[in-house]
Design a protein around this ligand. Structure first.
Ligand SMILES: NCc1[nH]cc(CCC(=O)O)c1CC(=O)O
Length: 304
């Protein structure tokens, strides 16, 4: 029976995502053997540039090295955070499975939103989170902070910050959920497109392997993230663009809420729509068009 090499970034978060995928694959396909590989990326190695510098160097700075290892045949399966994967598919690769998404929300560690007062400092460098923070808590100072999840919590303590905003999914996967003070309501504070979702990627030519990894696929996670990413593909994507998106499957179909917030928090533009759950891209495109009709481009231009 075949042995497959499954690879990810070297961060502890990436390793836990591989474990999550492997637990599922081993249960569904005990006849296959899976071995783990770690791929070091520029995003892992570079501790000096700001997230924005790295982002402008290309949205896939974290995912790129892992995708390259897949294309070079060093690994057979790549595991990514879907939100860190560029919306433009890398030729020769295909996302063959998106596992069930457990947690999409942002979380505040440290001081609760209500208790934050003007002058308090909160760690986050992502423009979407900076804008949402300023909008919710005028006068609160966003302090750029970067690195993996555990170092960000450490920086909060070391720099005497009142709090730090992180994805709840990452904190949960790392067993750090006790650090969470407050879950931010996704209807008021929409998270990053595809936040919390894992992408399981293979080479396009490996159709048999694609069928094997499809054992971890979840239709709801796929539909919601496809809608969120279709929206982002139109508005320009990546961690450096302040777009929040939150899709849910409801009785009437797939509902998508999107929000763009200027980094100073003064302007938020929201749009939503419901459409067919089996045509998620159409819902994403529809909501993107509504945001454009509301003049979102000017808001984006002034905030990035
Ligand atoms: N941008 C970094 C990043 N990429 C994926 C996660 C974890 C959440 C996820 O799995 O989507 C994080 C950390 C964060 O945003 O707090």
């Amino acid at each position: 029976m075949p042995t497959w090499r499954i690879g990810s970034r070297g961060s502890r978060l990436a390793q836990t995502m591989v474990t999550e995928v492997l637990d599922h694959l081993n249960a569904a396909h005990p006849e296959h053997t899976w071995v783990r590989r770690t791929i070091m990326s520029a995003g892992d190695q570079d501790r000096t540039s700001s997230l924005r510098d790295l982002a402008s160097a290309g949205a896939g700075v974290f995912a790129g090295a892992v995708e390259q290892a897949l294309l070079d045949g060093e690994i057979d399966v790549a595991v990514h955070s879907l939100k860190d994967l560029p919306t433009a598919t890398t030729p020769g690769t295909v996302v063959a499975a998106i596992p069930r998404r457990h947690e999409v929300r942002d979380a505040l560690c440290g001081t609760a939103l209500d208790a934050l007062a003007p002058g308090h400092r909160v760690g986050t460098g992502a423009p979407r989170r900076v804008g949402q923070l300023h909008h919710a808590c005028p006068g609160v100072v966003a302090v750029p902070i970067r690195g993996n999840v555990p170092p960000r919590l450490r920086q909060m303590r070391e720099k005497g910050l009142s709090g730090v905003v992180l994805a709840a999914a990452g904190l949960h996967r790392l067993g750090l959920q006790e650090s969470i003070t407050e879950y931010l309501d996704p209807a008021r504070w929409p998270p990053s497109p595809a936040q919390g979702a894992i992408a399981v990627q293979v080479r396009t030519a490996d159709t048999a392997l694609a069928r094997v990894v499809a054992a971890v696929h979840d239709e709801e996670a796929a539909a919601t993230t496809r809608a969120e990413r279709a929206l982002m593909a139109i508005l320009g994507g990546g961690c450096h663009v302040p777009i929040g998106a939150y899709a849910t499957i409801r009785a009437g179909g797939l509902h998508l809420l999107a929000q763009v917030t200027s980094t100073d928090g003064s302007t938020t533009i929201r749009a939503e729509a419901t459409g067919a759950a089996d045509q998620p891209e159409m819902v994403g495109e529809h909501v993107a068009q509504r945001l454009l009709d509301e003049g979102v481009e000017a808001a984006l231009a002034s905030s990035v």
